[in-house]
Ligand binder design. Structure first.
Ligand code: P6P
Length: 358
């Protein structure tokens, strides 16, 4: 019988990082070691999410059991603390955050760590040259429903004289040296991009415990009639925003079909589908969320860098390039439209028409 093709030359993330390092003339290896620490945190979080899922299944017969209570049922109940957004902090959020903090500290390469779960930036002693921004478990409120959640991250190279002050990491996305996200779905899927580089997808092989390069040089389709937005916020949108979504739901041109709607409510899952299939993802700033809901540093900018390096675009609600926005503080927010190049251009064209009118 046909034996399954034996892959004897697989490219692991570890090998990929070594090859990337050799391309950099003055590489010291610090960035590579930081990325190894990052991949270890993704493997650890993937393990705990999978275990939580199993625990949830085994305990379903006993009582409703929130996935966030990672360990044994005795730990029922929320962690009791709440994060910067004020929503209840679930056990898994806490564990994902703690894993990330401990692994980044242990790397010895990080000076400043910003996490959605931490009000203040964490400053590590030592001479780390990098700042890491992250949302350890984004979308966790959906976890109980089996929706894919993920870790979103970005890496900045700090100035040599950086003292470890929060304002030193309030940088535009154009300064990111690397960014990406790991989606914890059927398998853990890492999407990683480096400054000026392309976008590469790695799948965690649980047997090997290695991320394997499965999606080299991911390119987002130039256009696709899919839109991804929470239409429950329509009543809060400004006129230009409404006009844009009206234009794709009720196309003027009779031979144009209306767009399909796809919205999961977990940014990593919506972003990954948008990267793979094309279309537009939006979380507009509106009357309810004046600066938008998503965070610039560890949600909008890393995702914008992935979309741009894959051939797409990302803009704010006032149609500025997302990557050029400088956050006013580490948890600053922005409206965002991101995805296929032509689709984002359509948004900007409609907004331009509205700006002319108003
Ligand atoms: P809404 C999840 O809570 C999250 O931070 C993102 O992952 C997601 O894109 C967004 O919020 C969903 O927000 O208001 O549509 O529920």
């Amino acid at each position: 019988s046909q034996s399954a093709e034996v892959k004897t030359n697989i490219i692991t993330l570890t090998r990929f990082l070594t090859e990337q390092e050799h391309k950099q003339k003055h590489a010291t290896g610090d960035f590579t070691l930081l990325c190894h620490a990052l991949q270890f945190s993704f493997k650890s979080i993937a393990y705990y999410i999978r275990r939580a899922t199993l625990t949830n299944v085994s305990s379903h017969r006993l009582h409703t059991f929130h996935l966030f209570q990672l360990t044994s049922p005795q730990l029922i109940g929320l962690a009791g603390s709440s994060n910067t957004t004020g929503d209840d902090q679930k056990k898994l959020d806490v564990i994902g955050n703690e894993i990330f903090i401990n692994v980044m500290r242990g790397s010895g390469k990080v000076k400043i760590l910003v996490s959605e779960e931490e009000e203040e930036a964490i400053i590590f002693p030592g001479n780390g040259k990098y700042a890491v921004v992250c949302d350890p478990i984004d979308g966790s409120s959906n976890l109980d429903a089996g929706v894919s959640v993920g870790t979103i991250f970005g890496i900045f190279r700090l100035a040599d004289n950086a003292e470890g002050k929060p304002e030193e990491v309030c940088l535009p996305g154009t300064e990111l040296v690397a960014s990406g996200f790991t989606m914890y779905g059927a398998s853990a899927q890492l999407v990683l991009t480096m400054k000026g580089g392309d976008v590469n997808g790695f799948t965690l092989d649980n047997a090997l415990g290695e991320f394997i390069l499965t999606h080299p040089n991911m390119r987002i389709p130039k256009k696709r009639a899919i839109y991804s937005v929470n239409e429950g916020n329509t009543v809060y949108w400004d006129d230009a925003c409404r006009a844009y979504f009206e234009s794709i739901k009720f196309p003027q041109n009779p031979d144009e079909k209306p767009y399909s709607a796809r919205y999961i409510g977990s940014m990593v899952a919506d972003a990954y589908r948008t990267l793979c299939y094309g279309g537009i993802f939006a979380y507009p700033a509106d009357k309810k969320s004046k600066k938008g809901k998503l965070r610039i540093l560890y949600e909008c900018a890393p995702m914008a860098m992935v979309m741009e390096n894959a051939g797409g675009l990302a803009v704010t609600s006032d149609q500025r390039r997302m990557l050029e926005v400088v956050p006013e503080h580490i948890h600053d927010r922005s409206g965002i439209f991101m995805g296929s190049y032509d689709e984002v251009q359509k948004v900007t064209a409609i907004y331009a028409k509205y700006d002319l009118i108003n």
